[in-house]
Design a protein around this ligand. Structure first.
Ligand code: ADP
Ligand code: MG
Length: 227
């Protein structure tokens, strides 16, 4: 579902505790048009990962709504929700989460293999094109253990783009990289929404990563505000 708008309204998240509930997200609202890259910056513990996990439907909000295009994923029953997630959301984490026994090309093909019996030639061609887009044409047959940290994260970005998701979500994507690689990955991520006509949101405590994005917001104690 590329070309979709993301609309978040009145989102709240609380965790029950023996004393009073722990309030992690407070009335978060947001509307993002396709093609937009947003960095949300905030200190550790401010609720960034919680927000990202809810936007990616890995966790449920306590209050409020999320819509991608015309779909509110939280109204879907679990099998349809899992399908929504695999088709429309791409994740990039601090750790690359690549399968060590698969080559770079096979890792990029994984989202397609998960939704089809066999990778068709068109899928292989797309995976090769994505590796080219992230600058890794000459690493197709390398295993993750044979790649540098920055290269592994590039494979993870290509994999997240494979199913042409409408929403790409990155949680501290440069957290394990040195400054030069972090800069290059930040520039690549900021450019992805235009290539896919998708929305990309990265959450980070790194002001250096946020600086590579034109659209920035801040998270503080569960409040999302403009910067
Ligand atoms: P950030 O990503 O900004 O560092 P998180 O979203 O991971 O912050 O966490 C925000 C707060 O929510 C923290 O105080 C954390 O302890 C709490 N929290 C996160 N997940 C859970 C959970 N599953 N149960 C209870 N509290 C949680
Ligand atoms: Mg976090």
């Amino acid at each position: 579902m590329t070309g979709s708008t993301l609309t978040v309204a009145g989102l709240g998240k609380q965790y029950p505790t023996p004393a009073e509930p722990l309030v992690v997200l407070r009335d978060v609202s947001l509307s993002l048009a396709p093609g937009l890259a947003l960095a949300i910056v905030g200190p550790s513990g401010s609720g960034k990962s919680t927000l990202l996990n809810i936007l990616g439907t890995l966790d449920h909000p306590t209050t409020g709504t999320v819509r991608l295009g015309d779909t509110d994923p939280f109204t879907l029953p679990e099998p349809a929700l899992a399908k929504f997630r695999s088709q429309h959301v791409g994740f990039i984490f601090q750790d690359h989460h690549l399968l060590p026994q698969c080559t770079a090309l096979e890792n990029v093909l994984l989202p397609r293999i998960a939704s089809a019996a066999k990778a068709d030639p068109a899928a292989v061609a797309r995976a090769k094109d994505l590796l080219k887009q992230v600058g890794l044409s000459n690493r197709e047959t390398h295993f993750p253990g044979e790649l540098s940290g920055g290269e592994r994260q590039r494979v993870a970005i290509a994999r997240a783009m494979m199913n042409e998701p409408g929403l790409l979500l990155c949680d501290e994507p440069t957290g394990n990289l040195d400054a030069a690689n972090a800069q290059a990955i930040g520039e690549l991520l900021a450019d992805v929404p235009k290539r896919l006509n998708a929305i990309l949101i990265t959450v980070t405590h790194s002001t250096a990563l946020a600086a590579t994005f034109t659209h920035k917001m801040q998270m503080q104690e569960g409040h999302l505000t403009s910067l």
